[in-house]
Ligand binder design. Structure first.
Ligand code: PLP
Length: 589
């Protein structure tokens, strides 16, 4: 059926002038905005034959009518007042003009912040191509020079050079004097400045400032990630790998740069990184591809009692399909796995050990280096679920020695719907594709298909391109603060919260391992966990109450649900005080 060409204003699918009027009223109502001049109905030209005729864009005075808008300057306030803001200027025609601005010096480093074209990076005036002055609690002058992460200057901010060596971390026990968490001069970073990087932390809930203690479920996103997504859709949006046009090149660069950032973040190489939706999809991918090939009847798969359902159910499904068996490493009463029992479980039939590095329900940090080393000595393949570790501990997959490592972007300050599987190259090459379609093929006929090499052969169809770039921005952000600093701060935050909650009458802490990260799971006598959750919510405090998708471990401790505050580096003692006050009030009632 022919599509009628609009010939008069009333034929257009919407009234442009009325829309502009509405938009103007909306923006005028926002504080601090200059309303755009609105084209009157009379000034809107009639649609010309063949298409809608939109009015010329009426820009406010002073805004240049160039081809590209200036992207907003991305500031990592959390890095402290001493860090000059980056000056991110657009590529293309505006770039030369922006560079010509007095004082805008280009960084000499090799690469731009994740996924942003190299051409976007310039340094603010007067810093001689190097950023410094991070608020770290140690005067900058004392900072010893350090090589960039993994010995490569790839990452555009050579902040490591300006950063003092973080104190040696031996979590727990730490062996270090506790931090003074309320004093920015004594913490590894300025937490108030960090908080300003996260717009949502300024929200109010039930009239109170939001306290986000549901970080184990998902983390909040810094402005850098939000800006990165906007930048992608405004300047780069295209499908990847398949077209000879400029935007395809930009999008492909962004996507592949994000892959390199993920690889660097966990000390892998880019060809060992497969993008997936998240941890759950990652484990399912491994079960359905590697598992389908390598697990047979009578074989054994070992998991621990601590696992999230995402690291139980796919293996159960595989075991049922193959006639294999699931074996479970027991935990002691503190919630730590029992290594001697683990060793006893392994045998000639064990084909896989799949284990969380940090328990989402209890916070236990599992000694995965030992777990993996023991398995490897017997030639057993290993998978580490890093969903709860990547945002709290520095992860080095070479050092751990695992064959697979999986994590979700949204738990490490990145977007939802994107995550990564690391697979050791030789192991990935021995893994068949699991989904078929576009992107993962080299050649297709009706007789046969030739697959791409790794990792492309595991990424059928259009991936989550924008969110991959967002994940890269999140990992860059985390690396700028430094995971050793984060671990140090969060360790003391958790110790502070534990000491405050523990003595409250009726409180039972579930999970008391010596080595824990982020999570403080507890029950309160006389209250169901969701009653505590609701009382906290009334005060603007978000915690998770429930079974945390880890029913086996909660049942091991005789409970079906707990209250689970979980902390991140943007949380503070003052926020913990607010939580403790509510729990105390409930306990007294
Ligand atoms: N593994 C652990 C330890 C988790 O905590 C979670 C989520 O909470 C997952 C796996 C699943 O992650 P996602 O829901 O992002 O796929």
């Amino acid at each position: 059926m022919p599509i009628p060409t609009p010939t008069a204003e009333r034929d257009t699918p919407f009234d442009v002038a009325a829309l502009a009027q509405l938009a103007s009223q909306f923006f005028a109502a926002l504080p601090g905005t200059t309303p755009l001049p609105v084209a009157s109905a009379a000034s809107v030209p009639s649609p010309a034959a063949g298409g809608l005729n939109l009015p010329a864009n009426p820009l406010p005075p002073g805004v240049p009518n160039g081809p590209l808008p200036q992207p907003s300057t991305t500031q990592f306030a959390g890095l402290g007042a001493g860090v000059p803001a980056l000056n991110l200027v657009p590529s293309g025609p505006d770039q030369a003009a922006a560079r010509a601005k007095p004082g805008a010096a280009q960084l000499p480093h090799a690469a731009a912040p994740n996924g942003l074209p190299d051409s976007l990076v310039t340094a603010a005036p007067g810093i001689d191509g190097r950023l410094g002055g991070v608020v770290l609690g140690v005067p900058q002058a004392q900072a010893p020079a350090q090589p960039a992460a993994h010995g490569s200057p790839f990452y555009f901010l050579d902040l490591a050079a300006a950063r003092p060596e973080p104190p040696a971390l031996e979590l727990p026990g730490l062996g270090l004097p506790p931090l003074d968490l309320r004093s920015p001069a004594r913490t590894p970073f300025d937490v108030q400045a960090i908080r300003r990087d996260f717009p949502i932390l300024a929200e109010r809930v039930n009239g109170k400032p939001l306290v986000w203690f549901d970080n184990a479920a998902t983390t909040q996103k810094p402005r850098a990630v939000i800006d990165r997504l906007v930048h992608f859709y405004e300047h780069e949006n295209s499908n990847v790998h398949r077209a000879a046009h400029e935007l395809a090149a930009r999008a492909t660069d962004a996507y592949e740069k994000a892959r390199s950032t993920v690889a660097r973040f966990i000390n892998a190489s880019a060809e060992e990184i497969v993008f997936v939706r998240g941890c759950t999809e990652g484990i399912n991918f491994i079960a359905k591809s590697w598992g389908d090939k390598h697990i047979g009847a009578g074989d054994e798969i070992v998991v621990s009692h601590l696992e999230h359902h995402a690291n139980i159910v796919p293996w159960q499904q595989l075991a049922v399909a193959k006639g294999a068996h699931l074996r479970v490493i027991p935990v002691d009463d503190s919630g730590q796995i029992i290594l001697s029992e683990y060793q006893r479980l392994l045998g000639p039939k064990t084909k896989l050990v799949s284990i969380s590095q940090v328990s989402n329900a209890l916070g236990t940090v599992v000694p995965v280096h030992e777990v993996v080393a023991i398995a490897r000595r017997q030639g057993i393949t290993t998978l580490v679920d890093g969903a709860q570790s990547v945002s709290h501990l520095a992860v080095d997959v070479q050092d751990i020695g695992c064959d697979f490592f999986v994590f979700s972007g949204h738990k490490v300050f990145g977007p939802t719907g994107i995550g990564a599987v690391y697979g050791r190259k030789a192991v990935l090459e021995d893994t068949p594709p699991w989904q078929g379609g576009g992107n993962m093929i080299a050649d297709v006929s009706f007789e046969r298909t030739v697959f791409q090499g790794v990792p492309a052969r595991f990424e059928a169809g259009t991936g989550n391109i924008a969110d991959a770039a967002g994940l890269g921005a999140a990992l860059d952000y985390v690396q700028r603060i430094g995971l050793p600093h984060i671990a140090r701060y969060e360790h003391d935050l958790l110790a502070y919260a534990t000491a405050a909650i523990k003595p409250i009458r009726g409180v039972r802490i579930i999970g008391t391992a010596a080595d824990k990260a982020s999570v403080l799971s507890f029950t309160l006598q006389g209250y169901a966990p969701d009653e505590v959750g609701r009382a906290l919510n009334e005060e603007g405090i978000a915690v998770r109450s429930g079974h945390h998708c880890a029913q086996p471990i909660l049942r091991r401790f005789g409970v079906e649900a707990t209250v689970r505050p979980s902390f991140a580096f943007y949380n503070t003692c003052e926020e913990i005080d607010r939580l403790v006050a509510v729990v105390r009030r409930l306990a007294r009632a």
